[in-house]
Each structure stands twice: as C-alpha cells, then as structure tokens.
Ligand binder design. Structure first.
Ligand SMILES: [Zn+2]
Length: 374
C-alpha cells in the first residue's frame, strides 16, 4: 500500500510522512477514522513508508522487496492482530490461525468494516469477533524479537474495540513500555468503544473522511463511473469508501449487464427483447438514461482499443472485458463511428424530451441495419 493509492487526505499523509522524516515516531499510535474510512490503508501506507529503503519525499517506492511484502501482507516484521471467532475446526481462535484469510481480505480492499471481515472470513450466523487475551499475550513474545529486516517491528491491531477487558488489560504494559524498535499501530473506527487506559497510552492520529470531490474522482478513475453518478455515490456514502466502491462496482456491473443484453438482442435481431429493453429504458430517470449512453460510448472506445491491438489501454475487468473481447471481433472503426453518432443523437433527443422508448427502439433497429451493411 502506498500513500498515492489512497484518495485525497493530502494533509494527513503529509503529517505522517514528515513524522518519519523528522524521526518523530511515537511507539503507540491510534489511527482512527470513520466507518469504511482510510485508517487501515493509512496505517499500511505508513508502515510501508517506514520500512522502505528507497522512499521518496512523498511516498514509499512500491516496488522494493520490503514494499512488496507489505503489500502482500507477508512482511515478517508486521504482526497482525484482529478479531477472530470459533469455527468447527478452530476452538481456540487467534489471529495467526486466520492469516491466510486476513491477507486475502487486505488484498481485496483496505477500506472494509468488521462486518465485512466476518463475512469474508466465513463467520456463520451472528458470531461476534473478538481479540482474545491469547492474542495479546503472544504480542509480548513477538515484539521481544529484534526486527528481521525492517528498522522496526510493527504490531498492527485492527479493530481494538474487539478487545475484552482481559485482552485489553494484557496490552497495557507492552503499550506503556514497548521494547526498542517496536511500534504499535491501533486502527479503529470507533474510539468510544476503546478502553480509556488504552487511548491514554497512544498518540491519536485522526484520519478524516476523504474529501468528496477527490473520492468522486477516485471512483471515476478506478471504477469507470460517470462523473455525475460518482458524485451522487460519494454524497450518499458519507465518506465511507468501502460503501462508495461497492456502489460504484454494482453500478458498473448493472450498466455492463444492460449493455450486453442490448447488444445481444441487436445481434440476434430479437425484436421482442428489443421492445422489452426499450420499455425498460423508457422507465428510467433521465440521468440514468444519459449515464447508460455515456457507458455505451465508453464500451465503444474500449472495443476500438481491443480491435486495434491496444489492449493495454483497456481498463475493464471480468464480464465487461470478456464482452469487449467478443464485441471487438464484430466491429470496425467505421461502424463504431456510426454507433457513436447514433448514441449522440439519442442523447440530444432525450435532452429535448423525446419519448425515450421510441428513440431507443429506433436506435436498436438502426444498429441492426449497420451490422447488416458490413
Ligand atoms: Zn520500497
């Protein structure tokens, strides 16, 4: 994880970086931020920066062995502590027994919540996550070892609100008097639930919500959401990056599904289906109709990249990418130009309040003709 991968929060990043550069590195830090916020991502980027032998004035290098290990969650000088639970096989849960799942979770997204983790790790029913005293007692022996390769040993405790009284108390002494080279990073979205005795032993690092326009930009860039929609999602998610990316992803998936259905029907000259899709389009809000048209233009562009062998320019994944690969075998630049012009025409007609159903159906028939003319 690098700082530059986290959207916005320039001031916070700067503060953390300056701290390392000036060697002001508190041995116990509490990264707290909103639910679904950037606190875990920041703690990871901070650790990578702290460890990286090739760091610049603004970020870790991202490519050295140390950075790579932090990224994969396998750096030997990071001790992860997080909530766990009992399973059929594990009757005495502790973080070390869930490391594989934890790494997968980190790779997928560092913005997710405790509920997301429990689901990801396979907790059944309404099982509660807990950091048992077994975990905290092990920390003591783990930090007494000298760092293997990094300048420090970092104990990253995610969701310390999952301590119970016993495990929390077992942490007080190591927090108070950690061995040299040991750094505790506690990461929380709920400071209120922490033991006061823990809070008072840490330096608090406030991780604010990512600035709205910057989060919107991040969604636009990484999830191909249209500008207007990205802003809507950002506002509705109230700074919860996890929620925002989830919404952006499903938004994209929906548009991909819609487009694929549409062009399949065109290809098969399935008029019944085309009428159904025109009806569906008719019932949408104007903004959603326009977003879909923008999306169609985006798919056309991507398909041209594929067609011309510039696959590296394609930024789609999964279902969308597969579709583009197939679609590209049926098109050429001339037809894409015709398609794009037609889409712009629909856009204009919808702006002028033409009946969306008619406009859409007309376009479908026109697209069939274009394919036939080839
Ligand atoms: Zn590096």
């Amino acid at each position: 994880m690098q700082f530059q991968e986290i959207p916005g929060l320039a001031q916070t990043k700067n503060l953390l970086i300056k701290g390392v550069q000036n060697n002001h590195i508190a041995h116990a830090q509490l990264f707290h931020g909103p639910t679904g916020g950037a606190q875990l991502a920041m703690a990871l980027a901070y650790t990578a920066y702290l460890f990286c032998p090739n760091k610049s004035a603004t970020d870790s290098c991202g490519v050295c062995p140390s950075c790579q290990k932090v990224k994969k969650g396998i750096h030997p000088d990071i001790v992860y502590v997080f909530p766990t639970f009992t399973t059929k096989k594990i009757t005495e849960p502790e973080s070390d027994l869930f490391l594989t799942e934890w790494r997968g979770f980190l790779q997928a997204s560092p913005y997710r919540t405790l509920a997301d983790w429990m689901e990801f790790a396979g907790a059944e029913g309404n099982k509660q996550g807990l950091i048992p005293a077994r975990d905290t007692r092990k920390i003591v022996s783990k930090i007494s070892i000298k760092p293997y390769e990094a300048p420090y040993r970092v104990v990253l405790i995610w969701n310390p609100e999952s301590f119970n009284a016993e495990s929390g108390n077992a942490l007080l002494k190591p927090l108070e008097e950690p061995p040299a080279n040991a750094i505790f990073l506690l990461v929380t979205a709920d400071v209120q639930k922490l033991l006061v005795t823990i809070i008072s032993r840490t330096q608090r690092i406030n991780i604010p919500m990512v600035e709205e326009p910057l989060l919107a930009e991040y969604l636009e860039k990484n999830y191909q959401v249209e500008t207007e929609k990205a802003h809507q999602i950002t506002v509705a998610s109230e700074g919860n990056i996890s929620l925002a990316t989830e919404k952006a992803q499903s938004e994209n998936m929906e548009m991909a599904t819609w487009f694929i259905e549409w062009f399949r029907a065109i290809y098969r000259k399935n008029l019944v289906e085309l009428v159904r899709l025109a009806d569906k389009f008719d019932k949408m809000q104007k903004d959603d109709q326009k977003a879909l048209l923008d999306y169609a233009l985006y798919i056309f562009r991507q398909s041209l990249y594929q067609w011309s062998g510039n696959e590296r320019l394609i930024i789609s994944y999964d279902k969308e990418r597969k579709f583009i690969q197939n679609f590209a075998t049926t098109i050429n630049p001339e037809i894409i130009e015709k398609f794009s012009n037609k889409i712009s025409e629909i856009y204009y007609q919808i702006e002028r309040n033409a009946r969306a159903k008619m406009v859409h159906l007309d376009a479908s028939l026109q697209f069939i003709r274009y394919f036939n003319q080839q």
